[in-house]
Design a protein around this ligand. Structure first.
Ligand code: HEM
Length: 490
């Protein structure tokens, strides 16, 4: 009894102390504007979680390109001037990685003693040069097989109905899974369908998991689906010895060689499954959705794809890599990602430091605070950089002569970062070339081999689910009903 009272008193005292610290924090002269919100400690947490883009846009209007907000006891400085992003992205002395807690909460994964920089180097090699080419070709083959399967082309003359998000996500997930994780033991249609279903359940809970905002029923689902995925991703004993190597097996071996224990290896597989599969499907959805709802853009892409097809030997689909010359498609992809990629780049301040902005101002960051960049708001949706930023303009990233446009300005200064769907610096996407060629190949096969149309020609794009803002590609709230039928042999 006494132990309970003592513990409760201690907890209350700690909470009061925390509350006092929050209330008493004031802005000193050289710090960014401070906005603590109305409720002590909680501050702006709820608005931040509900719709980060809307909340940060309001704060930007109120305070400008840099400000500090309180959210659930954390002080977060948000920087929204892309010309100053390098000051955060490249200061590894004072600003450090702060994802460990999230990894623990979402993936049950403790990698504190793991060398992240070394792992990034290892990953970089996997998605580069000859290895990248081999993975891209394997992805292309898997896409062709899946899109040519009986399920897709059951009857040549009959339209098949589907929802575009599920259509894109399931195909890209399954092809991506076969390419990176597939072995003879886990690649049957039934296994693919099972792992996709479990993955979508997990992916649907990820934002709440990361914010510890799950209701008790959801908590049970999250724990059991995570466990099932760990099991599904664990190779059977016999395939550990002498089996044909998948990327997953190479990665497991890398972890083993780095001294990571077996249970952590199992859990790390789910992290990698999510990192490698959570963005391409949603990106393909937005891209095809924009094409289906913008006929002029669709015609331009179709023309480009038709000419690629004509250059290929008869009845063969040409292999398209990320570097192949497809300026119209590239512009459509950049425009799609500008509108729908929303990563929040976060760092922990390891020691008090002065942050020097491009406009000459300097602000002090306090030790233990966080500093965040949110490129979705600026540069991507910044009206000073992109005219009518909320509109999809398929040729926004094309010059008048049809070449790639990469000179964008804010005021008089030319921008290094005019769109940042892939992150930047140490937060850059390692798989961006693989992702680009994957989405290009997928769209190419779909448009070349299928007639696809909206079930209702008047339907428009669904809005994004704002709760996922900050977690990479946005996902739609709702879907687009489509119908498709095969038009040529794959
Ligand atoms: C449209 C598709 C994609 C987008 C928009 C995207 C975006 C990003 C972004 C913004 C990051 C940095 C995240 C952060 O550090 O906070 C990232 C990291 C990464 N991405 Fe992608 N990505 C995509 C697809 C892919 C694919 C298909 C792969 C691999 C098959 C991949 C592999 C990776 C890896 C390995 C990392 C590094 C994670 C780490 O820091 O350890 N990505 N991606």
């Amino acid at each position: 009894m006494w132990t309970f009272v003592l513990t409760l008193t201690l907890v209350l005292l700690l909470f009061l102390l925390l509350l006092l610290t929050c209330i008493s924090r004031t802005r000193s002269g050289d710090e960014p504007p401070l906005d603590k919100g109305r409720v002590p400690w909680l501050g702006h947490a709820l608005n931040f979680q509900r719709d980060a883009a809307k909340f940060l846009a309001e704060m930007k209007k109120k305070h400008g390109d840099i400000f500090t907000v309180c959210a659930a006891g954390h002080y977060i400085t948000v920087l929204l001037d892309p010309n100053s992003y390098d000051a955060v992205l490249y200061d590894s002395d004072s600003l450090g990685y702060c994802g460990q807690k999230t990894l623990q909460m979402v993936f049950g994964l403790n990698l504190t003693n793991h060398n992240r920089a070394e792992e990034k180097r290892w990953m970089g090699q996997c998605f580069h040069g000859a290895k990248l080419e081999s993975l891209s070709r394997s992805m292309y083959r898997n896409l062709q097989v899946l899109l040519g399967s009986a399920e897709m082309v059951h009857n040549l003359n009959e339209w098949k109905e589907d929802q575009l998000f599920n259509f894109c996500y399931s195909l890209l997930f399954k092809a991506g899974y076969l390419t990176l994780f597939g072995t003879e033991h886990n690649s049957s249609d039934r296994e693919l369908a099972t792992i996709y279903k479990e993955f979508r359940t997990f992916d649907g809970l990820i934002a709440k998991l990361a914010r510890s905002a799950l209701k008790s029923g959801e908590k049970r689902v999250a724990n059991s689906v995570r466990k099932r995925l760990w099991d599904l991703l664990s190779p059977p004993m016999q395939s550990e010895i002498g089996a044909a190597c998948s990327w997953q097996e190479d990665y497991r071996q890398y972890l083993e060689d780095s001294g990571v224990d077996k249970e952590t290896q199992r859990r790390a597989m789910l992290l990698q499954l999510w990192i490698t599969q959570c963005n391409a499907g949603p990106a393909a959805f937005w891209l095809l959705g924009f094409l289906l709802t913008h006929p002029q853009a669709m015609q331009a892409v179709q023309r480009e794809m038709d000419s690629l097809q004509q250059q290929a030997p008869a009845s063969e689909l040409p292999y398209l890599d990320s570097q192949g010359s497809t300026p119209v498609f590239d512009s459509v992809l950049s425009e799609t990602l500008r509108l729908t990629a929303a990563v929040l780049i976060s760092r922990e301040v390891k020691q008090d430091v002065m942050l020097n902005l491009a406009d000459g101002r300097s602000f002090r960051l306090r030790r233990s605070d966080r500093v965040c960049l949110f490129p979705h708001l600026s540069p991507q949706m910044d009206p000073c950089i992109h005219q009518e930023p909320e509109k999809f303009k398929f040729d926004r990233f094309l010059n008048k002569d049809g070449t790639k446009k990469n000179d964008f300005f804010k005021g008089k200064s030319r921008l290094k970062y005019f769109t940042m769907p892939w992150g930047a610096g140490t937060n850059v996407c390692i798989g961006r070339d693989f992702a680009t060629s994957t989405i290009k190949q997928f769209v190419f096969i779909v448009l070349t081999c299928f007639d696809v149309e909206l079930s209702d020609p008047n339907s428009s794009m669904p809005p994004p689910n704002t709760v996922r803002c900050g977690f990479g590609m946005l996902q739609p709230k709702g879907d687009l009903n489509i119908r498709y039928k095969r038009k040529a042999l794959l």
